[in-house]
Structures are given as structure tokens and as C-alpha cells.
Design a binder for this molecule. Structure first.
Ligand code: BGC
Length: 763
């Protein structure tokens, strides 16, 4: 697996290897338990409940802050277990110093939403998922953790591992897309990246698998909305990435705002006790989402805050973020016999264990070191890695030959050319960060972030000219910039347009009912395109957008999402061909909101649309499962993404076509780079179980490999299939592989299958 900017990659890796890891001082696992027990014995009920209470320091509140004024009294009295939104070595040190004056001197945890980088911002998680590059994704989380930990943070509220199939939901940007297999691999990589070698190292932070569970299935894509899903869908689609996070050793879980089949996640014993702490034997702790314990009142699940506290602790929610229900009611609930003391003690012990593992009892200030903070945040190799990751996240959706030259528009050939760079995102600064980036107080982002304009301008040869017009705002209906945009386009040999959403249009509470390019940007493309000049479109967004007019007419389109600090450099790397695009969509792109949900692993139905006949003609669709006004297929399918080179797949071989339950099957084939450039291919393996005790999807991703080939180079690849690969939840919800025929598909995208075979699983 490689990046096509080898020099950048080598330097970044070398830097990371050189970066000193301060070894952990954590107590060995076996030492921790007696210390936790001994400490618990000394604690008053109020101090115990304090450990289960988390307050916000107000820096970046995502909900109403319940704890106004000075935190001092609570900290001094040992009534706070954790804080969020307290940033920086000095501030965390100051808060910790207050906790150190409490009777038992139990250190605070500092949590933060380190979603895609800390000071060095990486692409939004959905964009990184498009890289399908697990080592790079792990490295991105590693760097985020290194920076955050140097800034006093012990704990990130990431990764968000919610599977999301509805781009109206603004939080699709925070996850890894629609697929449980890809989502699980990425969840695992992110947890490993955040937690590093071990908790207790000063470059490792605790990760949080969130939001447990099925938050991504919010009805209508409206944030915080209810979720109604079958238990099979829950177990096959929404839970696997959480299980992968547990397998990776994730320290904490966050539950969710939504109700799941009528039970708010905070009150769900099925999720938290039976599945998480029971079947999965999770030893960490569960934090609520912001105020979500108290919100069970509004859900209509409990009658008041006291009842909310009872329901949450009983169901297995350990720490209360910002609802104060535990603070105000847990003591009385135990006193009145409504909550067992053992439930409180278990939750407290889970929190204390992590504080011991982090080494905070040895040195509560070990993460809050201003000198280390300064040195770590300034590391140039972090920016280099962010640039490489950003380039790997850009999906080339379309790149058709320009009729006059018969050459694809990308990569640009700028020598001696005039390029018009048009659109409201060309010179945007903070928007490149995308939603939910950390804002470091005092940092001048106008100098820190590489804009798209600067990125391209700095790299063009001296004989190339770069012209600019904004054209329009991102939102609003002003068209008075169109004339200038058209005039600038007319002077150019090629036009690059940068359109899309502003950073604050996706993320939490940013659901959209319309997924079109906001404002008048669609009209702007049409006006510029009407000049007859070749147009390359860059779409910046936190979610799949619909842009049908451009998709059908503009010759080259790259989806750039939100790429972070190095956005401009990474975009220039791709436009100029220094990075050969290798990203693939982790989520289907609908043609219209009316198609949602549209995802590749759907069922066939009893009336599927017939496949085209041998001549390519479509069969009749009458009384078939289709729309009368739209194709069923998405605009761009899961797994789609182009390269500046081409790959040929051949010689598919299965070592057997009949497989016993205890056996494995090896699939081999040859991949060859048939183009003129070195490039990466993401080879995807899909299976279909033809007949099941419950119907199975038409395709399920079961493996992928990303690899780099020189022009003309071939490689033999293999995948191994075993019983686990073929298993699913049967009609009794048992995890089994059922004998029968399977179709095997190998290809470059879910809709670009190059090799097919079938095999049989025997009794
Ligand atoms: C979000 C969480 C986040 C928390 C703390 C909530 O509104 O849903 O994902 O971790 O705020 O900022």
C-alpha cells in the first residue's frame, strides 16, 4: 500500500519513527485492581458520583452547558470525574491542580472531540474512509493523538463508527460510510491509531466508539431522530464496527441520543449490559452523549431526571456528560433502594481503572507539559502526513477525454496555459477544515491553512497564468458575480471550479432535506460551462451531494470533501498529477433525495429490474421494483473512483469450487497496470449467498486490498474465504454459514465487477 508521493511519504514516516515516545508509567494490569478496590473503599458516595460526572469547560459546547460559573468548588470537593472542552497544557494543568486539592486527589480526565486531527487537521473521517488505506488512517489517528496528548488531552470522543446510509444526516461526515465490513476495518485502525502502543504512553489517548448504537439510522436523516431497525440489521450492519472497536481494545464507548426500537440508547440494557458488557465482555466505561441521560424525559421514557438517572445507571451508562442527573439524583436513588450500590461501584471502578492505566495516579500532570506541547504541535512531519492523507482522500469521479485533444482533462498540463480558478471555495480558509475541527486559541488560521488558491498557485510553472473569480457565495441567491466568472473563463484554456458546502453545513445537527449544491452554484457551473471551455469540477462537502447537471456535462469531477490543513497542497498534487488519485467512495452517491436510502448491499426483491440483454437493451420494467422517474442505480456507486492509469483483472482461479464447512477457499487472480503511470488500485471482493433462510444482499464486501503498481507491472493477488466470511444471522438470529451456492465477484467498484465465479458450500 503506497502513496504516490513517495518522497512525502518517506519523510513523514521517518519523522514519525524518530518522534520520541514517552514510555508509559502505568501500573501493570495486575497491580491496578487492588488499587482500584482500595481507593473505592475510601470514597464517600458523593465522591463516587463525582467520578461519574463530566462537565464542559465551555470551549466548544455542543449543547446547553449545565454547569455555569466557577468549577472550582466542585473540583476541590472531588465532585468531578472528567471535563471536556478544556484545551491546552496550561489550562488542563490548572484544572488538574484543583482536583489535586480534593480529599482523595483523584485526577481528572480531559476529554475532547478530536475528530480529524488536533492542531494539524486531517481530512474529515468520511474522506479518509475514501482512501481505503488502513495504515494511513491509523497513522492519521496516531498523529491526532500525539498532538492532543501533548496538549493535555487524555481521551478523544472518536472514532464515530456509526454506519450511515443517508446523506441527509449531517454526521455522515464523521463516519466511514455505508458498509459494515469497511467500517469495521476502519474502526479498528482508528482505535489502534488513537491508543497507540498502550494507554499510559504520553502520546496515546483513550478512544471512544460512538454512538452506541444505530444513531446513523436516524429516520429521515434528521439528527437525533428515532431509529427503528430489525435486530438482524442491527447485528449485521450497525454493530460490527463497534465490535471491531472492542477487538481493537477501545477504552470507552459513548451511547447515543436516539431511541432504538423505542428504548433510548441510554436506557438500553440490551445494548449496554447484554451486548457490550455481557457478550463482548467490554471492560472500559460508557459515557453518555451530551445531556442524553436527561433527554430520556423528553423521549417520554422516564418521568423526570431522577427516573432518568435510575434508568441510565441500571442499563449500564457509567458516566453522565452534562445532564447532572447522576449528580443530583444517584445518591438518593441508592439511599431509597431504587439503585443498587453495586451498580454505582461498578461504574466508578470502570472509570478509575482507566485513570490508573493512563498513569495519572503516578503523575496527574504527565499529559500537561507546555514545552512538549509546543514541540509536538510544530512537527513538520504531521503536516506532511496530513497532505499525503488528503491527497489519498480525493475521489476522481469522472475524467473524460476533451474532444479537441482526445485527452482526459486531468491531470492538468499547465505549461504555457491560462487556468481560471472559479468558485466560492477557491480562496476559503477555515472551510477547508470541515466540520468539527479543533480551533486552537491564538493560532492564525489564515496563515496555517493552505487554501486551494495558494496550493495551486505556488506549484504552477512560471509560464502558466492563474485567474480567479469567486462567481457566487456558497449560499444565497446573488448572481452578480456570474459575469466576472464567465469573463475569466473565456480568457482561460481550462477552468477549475471549486464548489460545495461550507464547513458548517454538515456535522451534528446539520441535516439537509435537499442535497443539491447550495445557493446558485448549479447555475454558476451552467454559466461557466456555456463558454465552451473545458471544466474541471471540485466538490467540497461533508456528505454526498447531488449535482446531476454537472455530472452529466462536465468532463472531469473530483470529490474533495473537506481535506484539512493541507487541502490546497493536496488538491494541487492531484490536479497536477503528482499524486495519482486512488480513493474510492465509501458511500453511494444518490441521484436524488427520493432514492434514499440507496446502498449497494440491498436485497434483490421478488421483482428485480431485469438485467440488460446481450445487446445491452434494457428489459421491460413494468411492475418491477423501480422508479418511473429515475434509475435505481446511484449516481456513483459504492467503491467507485478513477485513477490516471488503468488496471486489468485476469486469470481468476479458485482452488476449489466445493468447500466443506471446516475448509478454506483461496481465490487468486492477476492485476496489471495497463496504463502509462504508476498508480494504486483498490481491489474489492464481493460475495452473494444465493439462497438463505433469510434473504441475503445482492453483494457484500468481504475483502479488499490497496496496492501500488508501476506501469506494465502485474501482481498475483489472493483472498481466503472461510466459514466466518460466509456466515450471517439466520432466521433464528444464529450466526451460521448455510450450505449452498455463492457468487464471487472481484472488481474495481461494486458496479464495476471484472471477474466472476461461483462455488458451493457443502453440508
Ligand atoms: C455529540 C458527541 C460529542 C459530544 C461532546 C455531542 O453533541 O453527539 O458526538 O462527543 O457532543 O462534544
Amino acid at each position: 500500500m503506497q502513496n504516490t508521493c513517495p518522497s512525502i511519504r518517506r519523510r513523514a514516516l521517518a519523522g514519525l519513527l524518530l518522534a520520541s515516545v514517552v514510555p508509559g508509567v502505568r501500573a501493570a494490569g495486575s497491580d491496578i485492581e487492588p488499587r482500584v478496590e482500595a481507593l473505592l473503599q475510601q470514597m464517600t458516595q458523593e465522591e463516587k458520583i463525582g467520578q461519574l460526572t463530566q462537565y464542559s469547560g465551555n470551549w466548544n459546547a455542543t449543547g446547553p452547558v449545565t454547569f455555569k460559573g466557577s468549577h472550582q468548588d466542585h473540583l476541590l470537593a472531588g465532585r468531578v470525574g472528567a471535563m471536556l472542552n478544556v484545551l491546552g497544557a496550561e489550562r488542563t494543568r490548572a484544572y488538574q491542580a484543583l482536583a489535586m486539592q480534593s480529599r482523595l486527589k483523584i485526577p481528572l480526565l480531559f476529554g475532547q472531540d478530536v475528530i480529524h486531527g488536533y492542531q494539524t487537521t486531517f481530512p474529515i473521517p468520511l474522506a479518509e474512509a475514501a482512501s481505503w488505506d488502513l495504515p494511513a488512517i491509523e497513522q492519521s489517528a496516531r498523529i491526532a493523538a500525539t498532538e492532543a496528548a501533548a496538549s493535555g488531552i487524555h481521551w478523544t470522543f472518536a472514532p464515530m463508527v456509526d454506519i450511515a446510509r443517508d446523506p441527509r444526516w449531517g454526521r455522515v461526515m464523521e463516519g466511514a460510510g455505508e458498509d459494515p465490513y469497511l467500517g469495521s476495518k476502519i474502526a479498528f485502525a482508528r482505535v489502534k491509531g488513537f491508543q497507540g502502543r498502550q494507554l499510559g504512553d504520553t502520546d496515546a489517548v483513550m478512544a471512544t466508539a460512538k454512538h452506541f448504537a444505530a444513531y446513523g439510522a436516524a429516520q429521515g436523516g434528521r439528527d437525533y431522530n428515532s431509529v427503528d431497525t430489525s435486530e438482524r440489521l442491527l447485528r449485521e450492519v450497525y454493530l460490527p464496527p463497534f465490535k471491531a472497536a472492542v477487538d481493537a481494545g477501545v477504552a470507552t464507548f459513548m451511547n447515543a441520543f436516539n431511541d432504538l426500537n423505542g428504548i433510548p440508547a441510554n436506557g438500553s440494557a440490551l445494548l449496554q449490559r447484554d451486548i457490550l458488557k455481557g457478550a463482548w465482555a467490554f471492560k472500559g466505561f460508557v459515557v453518555s452523549d451530551w445531556g442524553s441521560i436527561g433527554e430520556m424525559v423528553a423521549h417520554g421514557y422516564v418521568k423526570d431526571q431522577r427516573d432518568a438517572a435510575r434508568a441510565a445507571i441500571t442499563a449500564g451508562s457509567d458516566m453522565d456528560m452534562e445532564s447532572t442527573a447522576y449528580r443530583d439524583h444517584l445518591g438518593a436513588l441508592v439511599r431509597d433502594g431504587q439503585v443498587a450500590q453495586s451498580l454505582v461501584d461498578d461504574a466508578v471502578k470502570r472509570v478509575l481503572r482507566k485513570k490508573f492505566e493512563l498513569g495519572l495516579f503516578e503523575d496527574p500532570y504527565r499529559f500537561s507539559d507546555a514545552a512538549r506541547e509546543q514541540a509536538v504541535l510544530a512537527r513538520p512531519e504531521h503536516r506532511q502526513a496530513a497532505r499525503a492523507m488528503a491527497a489519498k482522500s480525493i475521489v476522481l469521479l469522472k475524467n473524460e477525454p476533451w474532444p479537441a485533444t482526445k485527452q482526459p482533462l486531468l491531470p492538468l498540463q499547465p505549461q504555457g496555459k491560462t487556468i481560471a480558478f472559479i468558485g466560492p471555495l477557491v480562496k476559503a480558509v477555515e472551510d477547508n477544515h470541515g466540520a468539527w475541527a479543533i480551533r486552537i486559541p491564538g493560532l492564525d488560521y489564515s496563515k496555517f491553512i493552505v487554501t486551494q488558491w495558494d496550493g495551486l498557485k505556488q506549484r504552477l510553472p512560471a509560464d502558466a497564468r492563474l485567474l480567479y473569480a469567486k462567481g457566487s457565495d456558497i449560499q444565497g441567491d446573488r448572481r452578480d458575480g456570474f459575469a466576472e466568472a464567465v469573463a475569466v473563463a473565456r480568457q482561460a484554456d481550462v477552468v477549475v471550479m471549486s464548489l460545495g458546502e461550507s464547513a458548517d453545513m454538515s456535522g451534528e445537527a446539520k441535516s439537509r432535506a435537499d442535497l443539491g449544491l447550495p445557493g446558485v452554484q448549479d447555475e454558476l457551473v451552467q454559466a461557466v460551462h456555456a463558454t465552451g471551455k473545458p471544466v474541471v469540477l471540485l466538490v467540497n462537502a461533508g456528505r454526498p451531494l447531488t449535482f446531476n447537471w454537472a455530472a452529466e456535462r462536465v468532463n472531469a469531477i473530483a470529490y474533495t470533501w473537506w481535506l484539512g490543513t493541507e487541502a490546497g497542497n493536496a488538491i494541487a498534487d492531484v490536479l497536477l498529477g503528482e499524486h495519482n488519485p486512488s480513493a474510492r467512495l465509501p458511500i453511494s452517491f444518490p441521484r436524488s433525495v427520493g432514492q434514499i436510502p440507496v446502498f449497494y448491499s440491498h436485497f434483490n426483491t421478488g421483482r428485480p429490474v431485469p438485467p440488460p440483454d446481450a445487446s445491452g437493451a434494457a428489459g421491460s420494467q413494468a411492475f418491477r421494483s423501480h422508479y418511473i422517474d429515475s434509475p435505481n442505480a446511484p449516481r456513483y456507486a459504492f467503491g467507485h473512483g478513477l485513477s490516471y492509469t488503468q488496471f486489468a483483472y485476469s486469470d481468476l482461479r479458485l482452488d476449489k469450487t466445493r468447500l466443506a464447512l471446516t475448509d478454506t477457499l483461496t481465490v487468486r487472480f492477476t492485476l496489471r497496470n495497463t496504463g502509462a503511470r504508476a498508480g494504486d488500485e483498490v481491489v474489492q471482493l464481493y460475495l452473494r449467498d444465493r439462497v438463505g433462510s433469510v434473504v441475503r444482499p445482492v453483494q457484500e464486501l468481504k475483502g479488499f486490498q490497496k496496492l501500488h503498481l508501476q506501469p506494465g507491472q502485474s501482481r498475483e493477488l489472493s483472498f481466503v474465504i472461510d466459514r466466518e466470511t460466509l456466515s450471517f444471522h439466520n432466521h433464528r438470529l444464529q450466526w451460521v454459514a448455510e450450505p449452498g451456492e455463492f457468487d464471487l465477484m472481484v472488481g474495481a467498484a461494486s458496479d464495476d465487477i471484472r471477474l466472476r465465479a461461483s462455488f458451493e458450500l457443502l453440508e
